[in-house]
Design a protein around this ligand. Sequence first.
Ligand code: GLN
Length: 191
Amino acid sequence: MLALQGDTREHVAALREAGAQVSTVRRRSELDTVDGLVIPGGESTAMSHLLRVFDLLDPLRERLAAGLPAYGSCAGMILLATEILDAGEPGREAVPLGGIDMTVRRNAFGRQVDSFEGDIDFEGLDGPAHAVFIRAPWVERVGPEVQVLAQAGEHIVAVRQGAVLATAFHPEMTGDRRVHKLFVDIVAGAV
Ligand code: GLN
């Protein structure tokens, strides 16, 4: 669990309930030991800043490029992109780590409505997922290797490329552990 900023506690609880052994990552030596990484919701600009301060930016990019399984929700989705639109003020902007070949627009839903929730179909889950969106991004472009798992209306809000998963919404804030379970299964190499 990347624990620099954001709603890490909710993710840790959700991951444990989904059967994972969880540790927190704030330094490189910790990053080196994990089999998968969750990047929480929070603020992608602040997390980008802290990744630099903690000397994690390049090591994390390298591990993702080498195939580290990862799951990002909301701000985490933004960081797992290859390109970020409306990334923030130059010098304090959100920086893409790669992981999923996609273009994400930060605060995309936030320009229309600050937060909202609803039930959406999610590929591979048995029945709709309750999705909570908070100043959420959406995905504007996906590369050929990217699988679209969920949409809210016409907007893409959940994707997977190989072992990297991202949702614009926050399953950690609901009691539904199916998305975290999916990620635990991905890390285990089961799906
Ligand atoms: N708007 C936030 C960002 O740009 C994301 C919001 C969230 O994670 N709930 O990082």
